[in-house]
Design a protein around this ligand. Structure first.
Ligand SMILES: [Zn+2]
Length: 182
């Protein structure tokens, strides 16, 4: 097991690194009996409404790769809001959960003209209109009266194809899905 002092030092370094971008985040580095490994738990109110993979992507892109490799390798990462337990987070859906339903999710989105609506929202410069999240995906789907489950499935499908924000959906994922499920 790691020395306690080492853990609290890492904890502090991560907190300092993430403080500016993730205001109010707490970081806990602790040995996990469940995984018999070190677990780093990031607790932040701003994670509310985000899927686990969106949370991870945001964090990972804010922690330099060299640091992840040298200091966090092999660790279990948990990203939670202050109200969520580790079990709550583990029970949340992952993109692999939609693997068998890809075609069906895609067809439902085409049926409601989701992609052209999203494209229209982001024109003329998708990258500039994009806030780095799925806020336009969310609002287009809500305008189309898609329910919570359909919205969640759509995001999981996009994440499965490597998109974590609105502009990536219109610029890369839509074409790939169209080709695959034509
Ligand atoms: Zn984007």
């Amino acid at each position: 097991m790691k020395a306690k002092t080492g853990d609290s030092k890492l904890q502090q370094e991560l907190t300092d690194m993430l403080r500016r971008k993730f205001h109010g985040m707490s970081v806990f580095v602790e040995h996990s009996a469940r995984w018999k490994r070190t677990c780093v738990r990031f607790v932040w109110p701003g994670f509310a409404g985000l899927l686990p993979e969106e949370r991870f992507q945001r964090l990972a892109s804010s922690i330099p790769e060299a640091f992840r490799e040298s200091r966090l390798k092999g660790f279990v990462w948990i990203e939670a809001t202050p109200d969520e337990s580790i079990d709550d987070v583990l029970a949340m859906p992952r993109s692999e959960d939609v693997a068998d339903r890809e075609a069906e999710i895609y067809e439902r989105l085409e049926k409601i003209d989701f992609f052209s609506a999203l494209k229209g929202r982001l024109e003329p410069e998708p990258q500039r209109s994009c806030k780095g999240d799925f806020s336009h995906v969310q609002s287009v789907l809500s305008n189309k009266r898609a329910g919570e489950a359909q919205t969640r499935d759509a995001k999981l499908l996009f994440i499965r194809h490597g998109a974590y924000c609105d502009c990536q959906v219109v610029q890369a994922v839509h074409a790939e899905l169209a080709k695959r499920h034509a």
